[in-house]
Design a protein around this ligand. Structure first.
Ligand SMILES: NC(=O)c1ccc[n+]([C@@H]2O[C@H](COP(=O)([O-])OP(=O)(O)OC[C@H]3O[C@@H](n4cnc5c(N)ncnc54)[C@H](O)[C@@H]3O)[C@@H](O)[C@H]2O)c1
Ligand SMILES: O=c1ccn([C@@H]2O[C@H](COP(=O)(O)OP(=O)(O)O[C@H]3O[C@H](CO)[C@@H](O)[C@H](O)[C@H]3O)[C@@H](O)[C@H]2O)c(=O)[nH]1
Length: 436
């Protein structure tokens, strides 16, 4: 099939590349010329494990190409995917200007039937709004489909190629058939395609993200309670996670959920509820708890140093909002940096992939180490913000040689408590006993 993907950011690039991989002819459109030129030159603009192989293969085989020219991109496409930003507007509700603007531009260019697919995360009613834009500007028939994306950064290729489910929201039989054919190769192993109306599909995406954010937040509160009552959150996590009805995944407490999706989507769903005069109490609590959780590690640091960290040097392992990505959108590490710098401390950070993005954002507000051990040199304490594999089993002898104090604040519970006792560390993690 001939496909156009409008917006070649994270989702657009993964979608376009994975759709090319199953034999479709894909043109990715983006307005940022520099990015498009880079991709034309065979350079991949994001770090996503496994994507590079597919990216290069499909370019080489002529199935994947890039343009800044919308007319050229959509000319022969049967299906046009919109993978555009839906950032929070001033009031926290999703800003639909990218989607509605692109819909208007596309509507003025089409000359034959198209399926317009919305891959972005959008509030209920957006498909109707997009359809109205087309109706206003063209007589050409289109079907507007909601097809939310559930991929996780870091495992995006696997999530796209072997999705748990595909959700397709449309009442049009013609569009349903085309979308079913397009997705058939991805669900061959038996995972379902759920066909539903546009509104249910749009809400499914927000409900999924908000439920997962709630699950994490619930565990963060259990962890906080564990610290107060002297329980161990790892034991509690295993104890409840073995019940199928609860499930083992997304029960890891930490320093608050971050990333480009959960924070904005929980907020957008809550705002959408308000617009419909519904008071979504749980979501308000989730956002409130998550705000507090983001400062939990710096609270622990300040408590340890009796409120005075002026002139102290802190090593920070991890900047990305989670491992296996260079994405720093709403990364908890950024909040930690902000708090420590505001309190007069110095931060020396290391991250395997995200340092360039942080440098572009913060410049020389912090120092950047060439590896995780250099970050520790002369540090008063180590803080861990991202659970990269390289941090899980460090060379503790080397750490001891360079750290000024054997003090670790671990926001991701990477180390065994007994090991830290044996090594003589002060070790403060999340929802577990403090050892010293
Ligand atoms: N990042 C994720 O893991 C993820 C997963 C599932 C769903 N989503 C949703 O998908 C949507 C896109 O997210 P993202 O992370 O890919 O965003 P992104 O910011 O990484 O990418 C958006 C891209 O769109 C381009 N763009 C903006 N206006 C354009 C226009 N008029 N024409 C062409 N290109 C244009 C931008 O230059 C950018 O490259 C959002 O709604 C998001 O919530 C994201
Ligand atoms: O047990 C857990 C699991 C995750 N997190 C945190 O939650 C955030 C989000 O993690 P994750 O869901 O793995 O990353 P994303 O790539 O943001 O993916 C989410 O957001 C995407 C965008 O909408 C959806 O497509 C995915 O299904 C959804 O998992 C991160 O800050 C994680 O550190 C925890 O604190 N504890």
């Amino acid at each position: 099939m001939k496909i156009a993907v409008i917006g070649t950011g994270y989702v657009g690039l993964v979608t376009g590349t994975c759709l090319a991989e199953t034999g479709n002819n894909v043109i990715c459109v983006d307005i940022v010329e520099e990015k498009v030129n880079k991709m034309k030159a065979g350079q991949i603009p994001i770090y996503e494990p496994g994507l590079d192989v597919l990216f290069h293969r499909n370019i080489a085989q002529g199935r994947l190409s890039f343009t800044t020219n919308l007319a050229e991109g959509i000319k022969d496409a049967q299906i046009i995917f919109m993978a555009l930003p839906t950032p929070p507007g001033g009031d926290g509700a999703a800003d639909l200007s990218y989607i509605l603007g692109a819909a208007k531009d596309i509507s003025k260019l089409i000359t034959e039937y198209k399926v317009i697919v919305n891959k972005s995360t959008v509030p209920v009613g957006t498909a109707d709004k997009v359809a109205a834009v087309f109706k206003e500007h063209t007589n050409i028939e289109v079907d507007v489909v909601s097809n939310p994306e559930f991929l996780r950064e870091g495992v995006a290729v696997d999530d796209f190629m072997k999705p748990d489910r595909v959700v397709i929201g449309t009442k049009s039989e013609k569009a349903q058939k085309l979308m079913g054919e397009l997705y058939a190769p991805y669900v061959r192993q038996g995972n379902p395609i759920y066909y539903m109306d546009e509104r249910s599909s749009e809400l499914t995406k927000y409900a999924a993200n908000s439920f997962l954010a709630t699950k994490i937040t619930f565990m963060n509160e259990i962890a906080n309670l564990c610290e107060i009552v002297g329980a161990d959150v790892d034991a509690v996590r295993k104890g409840i996670g073995s019940d199928d009805r609860i499930g083992k995944r997304f029960l890891f407490p930490g320093i608050g959920y971050g990333g480009s999706c959960f924070p904005k989507d929980v907020q957008a769903l809550e705002k959408a509820a308000v617009e419909h005069k519904y008071d979504f109490k749980i979501l308000k609590a989730v956002m409130d708890v998550n705000e507090k959780q983001k400062t939990i590690l710096t609270d622990k640091v300040l408590q340890y140093f009796k409120g005075d960290v002026k002139g102290k040097k802190f090593a920070l392992w991890g900047l990305a909002f989670k491992p296996e990505t260079d994405d720093i959108r709403e990364a908890p590490a950024l909040y930690i940096i902000n708090d420590l710098i505001a309190a007069g401390a110095e931060v020396v950070a290391f991250d395997p992939e995200a340092m360039e993005n942080v440098r572009a954002l913060l410049g020389d507000k912090i120092k950047y180490a060439k590896d995780q051990y250099e970050a520790l040199e002369g540090a008063d304490a180590l803080l861990i913000a991202t659970e990269w594999s390289v941090f899980r089993n460090p060379d503790f002898e080397k750490m001891e040689e360079v750290l000024k104090n054997k003090v670790v604040f671990d926001g991701r519970n990477l180390f065994d408590l007994q090991k830290m006792i044996d090594l003589g560390y002060y070790y403060n993690s999340i929802g577990r006993k403090i050892v010293s």
